[in-house]
Design a protein around this ligand. Structure first.
Ligand code: ZN
Length: 294
């Protein structure tokens, strides 16, 4: 972990570049020049707009604002979340030496940024989709956990070969969304459920191809994808239930969708956490998905 003074400076520099990729921009008047007020090395530099005198910091308006956890620790978390298996709050608490509660809260704030991005992203092209069911692995204290219905979709937004032997599938975007009882009828999407889920996740010109349970299990892309997501949830977190589950599905899909993006995953995630993605994440040219066959 970077904890020394030069590491801290480097982190400030890195975050500055994510927040203001084209140089300082006053959040109040958009002026591009500021005085830097640095009191001590331990505190965040303050930027005062040369025109309107508004003062701002690197973390103002971001998920890190007001946090007592250092920015170097935040950066470590972002890097960990960008790795293949990510990290759970128990592991994180040990790694960055914070309480479990703090670790959980940081991870959750990061997931919220990811969910926000996914919410703003409707998919197009051929959208293979199906209803699937998720349950936590059985444990002594909840031996028979309920099943959660989810909607799994894989959008083929560009011309690609849809082939299970391909380890890397270019031009695909995946989503997994929690369904409610009202979205279902006889374990399938009800007409109102379909309307809701399509409206929230698909562009108007998208071509949805909805698979039944049997077709879903034989699908070379969708089924392995769901199994992989389920395995991650159960092995890293011993399963997730309730209202926070959606954020975990979003986190899983985020890594898959942007793994081969033009910039490293951790840089993209940093700019998301800074509340100002510098990259047009909907740029279709560079989007790729990696799906590992079951
Ligand atoms: Zn200003």
């Amino acid at each position: 972990m970077r904890s020394n003074k030069s590491g801290l400076y480097e982190t400030y520099q890195f975050l500055y570049e994510q927040k203001w990729p084209n140089g300082f921009r006053c959040p109040r008047c958009e002026h591009h020049q500021a005085y830097t007020i640095q009191s001590t090395a331990r505190t965040l530099p303050l930027y005062q707009c040369k025109l309107c005198r508004h003062q701002t910091t690197l973390t103002a308006g971001t998920i890190m604002e007001g946090s007592r956890t250092s920015l170097t620790k935040w950066r470590t978390v972002i890097e960990l979340v960008s790795t293949k298996n990510s990290v759970n709050a128990v592991q994180l608490a040990t790694i960055i030496r914070v309480t479990y509660k703090t670790a959980w809260s940081i991870l959750h704030k990061i997931r919220r940024s990811i969910s926000k991005l996914d919410k703003s992203r409707r998919v197009t092209g051929l959208v293979t989709n199906s209803v699937a069911f998720y349950a936590r692995p059985p444990f002594v204290y909840f031996p028979t956990d309920r099943e959660y219905p989810v909607w799994v979709c894989c959008a083929q937004e560009q011309e690609v070969r849809r082939d299970s032997s391909l380890e890397r599938n270019e031009g695909l975007y995946v989503k997994i969304k929690l369904l409610t009882k009202r979205d279902l009828s006889d374990q399938k999407l009800s007409s109102s459920g379909e309307m809701r889920i399509f409206e929230e996740n698909l562009e108007q010109q998208a071509l949805p191809a909805t698979l039944n349970r049997g077709e879903f299990r034989r699908d070379p892309l969708l089924y392995p994808l769901f199994m992989q997501a389920k395995h991650w949830l159960n092995s890293t977190f011993r399963g997730i239930s309730g209202k926070y589950q959606q954020a975990y599905w979003d986190e899983f899909c985020f890594r898959l969708n942007f793994e081969h993006f033009a910039v490293p995953l951790s840089t993209l995630l940093t700019s998301l956490c800074m509340g100002c993605p510098t990259i047009a994440v909907t740029s279709e040219a560079t989007q790729t998905v990696r799906v590992i066959s079951a």
